[in-house]
Design a protein around this ligand. Structure first.
Ligand SMILES: Cc1ncc(C[n+]2csc(CCOP(=O)(O)OP(=O)(O)O)c2C)c(N)n1
Length: 322
């Protein structure tokens, strides 16, 4: 597939912005400015950038607990995301959700989720709604390799394939389910090997190659929009940080970590852009600076935003007593 210079710049800019957001979140968390838990996708940016370049604003997306990059790539509001992480009233969930419950319904981002595997059924339902309402929208569902072993996957994959729902299942295989390496939790070589059991195509691709991610997703998105049903895509990558911020990741082999750091998807695309003479190092630096500036603005917005008022304690939450 031939890519235009503009497309390649867009991929680079998205990855640079995701990297800037999460690098800053890591620092802010260490400085005690962000409460709760945060799970970062540093090193996995090519998946978010490649996947979300294939969909439209009204397409829906089920997320999981490691979804900052996905939200940014789909066009989520970065200021509101940062404010949510700070627990401020201007956050995507008015400061009550935090990192693991970020959501932006206007952008079709149906919610990160602290319950592993909960996104499968939510996404299958959203895909059913796309069909039922005859909108021609599709749904994506992103999840980790560890979640691929949860029961709701079976129910959701089966019904989606049976009813040919417009959905693309996307596994971000980053090598671990918490501290458990993939070989310790998966009976097959690839998560995508399971696709055949549901009568849908399944493919495993290098998740650090943004162009391969885009091409693979594009095909599956077209298939879903045509009404030919779901696909299972598996993008192999590596989580640079610990499972959550504060986890030193001692279960990782340092040699593996070193090898994967060399496969950083951002310089990989940057080097290609320079080689093709599409970009100079200054162009790349400028895109990085644009990403950083957005994050500076988001942190300022979050810091200057008010805390939720105490009177808000019971709004937007369910309580059996009320
Ligand atoms: C139902 C459920 N079981 C266990 C957990 C605890 N838990 C949180 S994340 C995680 C590992 C997830 O691994 P994976 O799906 O590969 O995603 P990754 O963290 O690697 O992105 C576990 C076991 C949970 N949140 N929900």
């Amino acid at each position: 597939m031939e890519f235009s210079k503009e497309q390649l710049f867009d991929f680079y800019q998205t990855m640079a912005t995701c990297r800037a957001f999460e690098s800053r979140v890591s620092e802010l968390f260490a400085a005690g400015k962000i409460p709760g838990f945060v799970h970062l996708s540093l090193g996995q940016e090519a998946i978010a950038a490649g996947v979300f370049a294939c969909v439209e604003k009204d397409d829906k997306c089920g997320l999981h607990h490691r979804s900052h990059g996905e939200m940014i790539a789909k066009g989520g509001d970065i200021n509101k995301m940062m404010a949510e992480l700070f627990g401020k009233a201007t956050g995507t969930c008015k400061g009550k959700g935090g990192s693991m419950h970020l959501a932006d319904m206007d952008m079709g981002l149906l919610g990160a989720n602290g319950i592993l595997g909960a996104g499968f059924a939510i996404a299958a339902g959203a895909a059913f709604a796309c069909r039922y309402n005859e909108t021609n929208d599709i749904t994506l569902c992103l999840f980790g390799d560890g979640q691929s072993n949860r029961g709701p996957l079976h129910e959701s994959f089966n019904v989606a394939a049976l009813w040919k729902l417009p959905i693309v299942w996307i596994c971000e295989n980053n090598g671990f389910g918490l501290s458990n390496p993939v070989k310790g939790h998966l009976a097959t070589d690839n998560v995508s090997d399971r696709a055949a059991a549901y009568g849908m195509p399944g493919v495993t691709v290098d998740g650090n190659d943004v162009l391969a991610v885009y091409e693979t997703t594009q095909e599956a998105v077209k298939r879903a929009r045509r009404g030919d049903g779901p696909s299972l895509l598996e993008f192999k990558t590596w989580r640079w940080h610990g499972h959550f911020e504060g986890d030193p990741g001692l279960y990782k082999d340092p040699k593996d970590q070193e090898e994967w750091l060399k496969k950083d998807p951002i310089p990989r695309l940057g080097n290609m852009l320079i080689k093709k003479k599409y970009a100079t190092q200054e162009d790349l630096d400028q895109m990085k600076a644009i990403g950083e500036a957005k994050i500076d603005a988001a942190v300022k917005f979050a810091e200057e935003s008010p805390w939720p008022d105490a009177s808000e304690l019971y709004t937007d939450v369910y309580d059996r007593q009320l």
